[in-house]
Design a protein around this ligand. Structure first.
Ligand code: C2E
Ligand code: CA
Ligand code: CA
Ligand code: CA
Length: 279
């Protein structure tokens, strides 16, 4: 499979990175942030389950078309960036690209929210809300068309700067999604702390629910909780018709995964959106 081929490159690169200088990778990241075609976004639609089945939103996922290492996946390099002084530049780069894509949709009459993954650490940056406000302004994108996907982290419980950043972003009018819900990274208390709009059920539960009554119960309970709180819910990593059927039976109303659409380049997604959008 194509993805399989990419993964091979990924593992080679990971081994490479472990043994070579982290600083040289960061130098390459700095270079990539300065040029045009190395760090790119692929886009994956989320769909409504049930009749209609239209696209309700699109998630941006970063890829690094490295001049020597091949295509690198985010798990390869985002952690290194997160622990460096390049995080702010990287976050703004991704937001800028994503909002440029969303602005392009608007000119085609497509009104679909775009979701961007934020490193939890970027919430420690007090300038983030102003940066996002400026980027929304620059691209002419309405704040509620931007969904920030975040996971919880231990530092969150300790630092009040995060509450300030979150409430400033709230005031701006952007939306929040809790990513990887149900894992150690996103807990129940997080839902109330952040006042989220959307819950994304981690794909581990989706993978497990067909065979495990426990995983199915967690999915059902999360769906129920989300709906009681008035939140949208999306099951991640849906790969089969059987998983779709189980999700529908459990009351889940939104889904994302290879079964519906793979992540795809910006040119391709416009065709999908023209065909399927109901947002
Ligand atoms: P995530 O936010 O949970 O993103 C979903 C991941 O699942 C993506 O992997 C996506 O390609 C993959 N996926 C989608 N559908 C399926 C499916 O049906 N089956 C399976 N097995 N996988 C599926 P990807 O693109 O490798 O991203 C991995 C993680 O890297 C993301 O997990 C997110 O946490 C992080 N990430 C991606 N882009 C960015 C970014 O721009 N900034 C930051 N800070 N993190 C990012
Ligand atoms: Ca995500
Ligand atoms: Ca996720
Ligand atoms: Ca994740």
């Amino acid at each position: 499979a194509k993805r399989g081929g990419v993964r091979v490159g990924w593992y080679d690169a990971a081994r490479d990175l472990a043994s070579t200088d982290r600083l040289s990778l960061l130098a390459e990241v700095r270079e990539a942030l300065a040029v045009d075609d190395q760090l790119t976004l692929v886009l994956q639609p989320a769909v409504r389950l049930g009749e209609g089945g239209g696209v309700t939103g699109v998630e941006a996922l970063v890829r690094w078309n490295h001049p020597r290492r091949g295509t690198l996946m985010p798990d390869d390099f985002v952690t290194v960036i997160e622990h460096s002084e390049l995080l702010g530049d990287f976050t703004r780069y991704v937001l800028d690209r994503a909002l440029a894509v969303a602005a392009g949709w608007a000119t085609e009459g497509l009104d679909v929210p775009i979701a961007v993954n934020l490193s939890p650490r970027s919430l420690l940056d007090a300038t983030l809300p102003a940066d996002i406000a400026a980027l929304l302004d620059l691209h002419g994108v309405r704040p509620d068309r931007l969904v920030l996907e975040i996971t919880e982290t231990v530092v969150m419980s300790e630092l009040s700067v995060i509450d300030d950043v979150l409430s400033a972003l709230r005031e701006l009018g952007v939306q929040f999604a809790v990513d990887d819900f149900g894992t150690g990274y996103s807990s129940l208390t997080f839902l109330t702390r952040v006042a989220v709009d959307e819950v994304k059920i981690d794909r581990a539960f989706v993978r497990g629910m067909v065979e495990s009554a426990g995983a199915a119960a967690i999915v059902r309970t999360t769906v129920d909780l989300a709906h009681r709180l008035g939140l949208r819910v999306i099951a991640e990593g849906v790969e089969t018709a059987e998983q779709r059927a189980v999700l529908t039976a459990l009351g889940c109303t939104g889904a994302q995964g290879y079964f519906f659409h793979p992540p795809m380049p910006p040119e391709r997604i416009v065709e999908v959106l023209h065909g399927l959008t109901d947002a």
